[in-house]
Design a protein around this ligand. Structure first.
Ligand code: MN
Ligand code: MN
Length: 461
């Protein structure tokens, strides 16, 4: 049952669309490297496409009708978009879910110190990373500093060609005898991932100032951003790979970039919403934070945000009751989209070839994920999988099915089981990624395009 390579079916006309959408996405991930940046950009695009802020809808008491487009932001780090359908929401919604947080290095709350004339920032990594992959790379600093007066300072350093970059150092090979004997998990330790940010002492520092390089950093921060050392206490600054995503391969068929996991599902999910006019069932795109650390907290999938905002939307439609809300959730169909592991010819031993995801063979469906006997998995029902594959075939969407590697090789989780808690139909789907969780991940443009086609077909069914 080998699946067809999607590139083979494209006409010249369609191939142009594949590359155009790839370029649109490449620009998006080059610009949006944090969950906050993703939300800000998607709000901007959504507004331009006629989506109204639910906060304003609620405040004005405006009633929603079929075809209305609304969005809600959750604390700047997650969001939900709705296009009201002709049917009562109680009959269920069509939900596209994906996450917009990605593995990275976060600054600690008290990060800045000086050691031997070098100013360093202490970090704590976020999500599952192979720490040794994050050294000796140009890194950028993105995030926010919230000040006591209620204002927020945006930080974005390292992306413009004229910007400086930062980085984590590694030991020279000449002195690495001991290090090279260590296990990969220990080669670079979490506490050895401090970022070097400066080496020049403050000019005219008085005699009492001991740490003159650190003093100079604080001087620069004060002058350019108006922030003090204490302001780091209420900051969220993420250290991420610096620079734009790039076309990859001699044939330009792939994209190498930071944070494909899971923006390669989030972006086409949002893009598919833009092509919906008046759907039968209400269309929803849900973009959440904190998936990489277990979907916890107010902005993760386990939060009540989605349930609450669905209640608000139903109220604005004049159809809310506690029971109607529960029915709306239970009667919904969802695609929980997250990345799959792409088959890697360099590492064939971890894959079971009949049930692996391959570049170019289209959007991936994982009936189940999980590890050690499907543990932690939302195992989609056979009936729902049948419905999904019929929608894909009817709309000529290339799809493949896969597991994350061989049985007993490892595994991973997604947000699917949390949506499943509402007793709705949900299946894991998404795009295959090579180098998953590395600073620079790779995807196929055909798979990205097929994902968008899949989401459109799902919303329009
Ligand atoms: Mn991940
Ligand atoms: Mn993911």
């Amino acid at each position: 049952m080998e699946r067809e390579n999607a590139w083979k079916k494209y006409s010249l006309e369609e191939e142009k669309k594949v590359f155009a959408f790839g370029e649109e996405y490449r620009k998006f991930i080059s610009k949006c490297k944090t969950e906050r940046e993703c939300v800000d950009e998607i709000v901007k695009l959504a507004k331009a496409a006629g989506f109204a802020d639910m906060e304003q809808v609620i405040a004005s008491g405006r009633k929603l009708k079929a075809g209305d487009r609304v969005y809600a932001v959750n604390k700047g780090k997650g969001m939900a978009l709705f296009i009201i359908g002709r049917e009562n929401m109680e009959q269920g919604m069509h939900i596209l879910g994906a996450h917009i947080d990605s593995p990275r290095l976060d600054l600690k709350q008290n990060p800045l110190y000086e050691d031997t004339g070098m100013a360093m920032l202490d970090t704590h990594y976020y999500g599952g990373v192979k720490k040794y992959q994050w050294v000796t790379l140009p890194l950028a600093m993105h995030g926010v500093v919230a000040k006591k007066d209620g204002s927020t300072v945006q930080i974005n350093i390292g992306e413009k060609p004229e910007d400086p970059v930062f980085g984590v150092s590694d030991l020279l090979i000449h002195l690495s005898g001991e290090q090279m004997e260590k296990k990969a998990a220990k080669v670079i330790e979490g506490e050895a991932m401090d970022v070097l940010i400066a080496s020049r002492p403050l000019k005219d520092a008085d005699e009492k100032t001991k740490e003159k390089v650190k003093a100079n950093v604080l001087d620069i921060l004060k002058a350019h951003y108006g922030i003090e050392e204490e302001d780091f206490l209420s900051a969220e600054i993420e250290i991420v790979p610096a620079g734009a995503a790039r076309n990859y391969g001699l044939d330009n068929s792939m994209i190498m970039g930071y944070g494909h996991d899971d923006r390669v599902c989030a972006y086409p999910s949002f893009a598919a919403m833009l092509d919906v006019e008046i759907p039968e069932k209400t269309s929803v795109c849900l973009l959440v934070d904190k998936e990489e650390i277990g979907s916890v907290g107010a902005t993760g999938m386990q939060s009540r945000f989605f349930e609450n905002i669905t209640a608000e939307v139903m109220e604005a439609c004049g159809t809310y009751s506690e029971l109607a809300l529960r029915r709306a959730l239970e009667n919904s169909d969802a695609l929980s989209s997250d990345v799959s592991a792409a088959y890697d010819p360099n590492y064939p031993s971890v894959m079971e070839k009949k049930n692996a995801a391959y570049f170019g063979r289209g959007v991936v469906f994982n009936k189940y994920t999980g590890a050690r006997g499907k543990s932690g998995s939302n195992d989609a029902s056979a009936e729902y999988m049948a419905k999904i594959r019929s929608i894909m075939d009817e709309n000529h969407v290339n799809f493949q099915t896969a597991e994350l590697g061989k049985v007993d090789q490892g595994g991973g989780g997604t947000i699917a089981y949390i949506l499943g808690n509402y007793n709705m139909q949900v299946i894991d789907s998404g795009v295959a990624v090579l180098n998953m969780h590395a600073p620079w991940e790779i995807i196929s443009k055909a798979d990205l395009y097929e994902a968008k086609c899949c989401y459109e077909a799902f919303l329009k069914q």
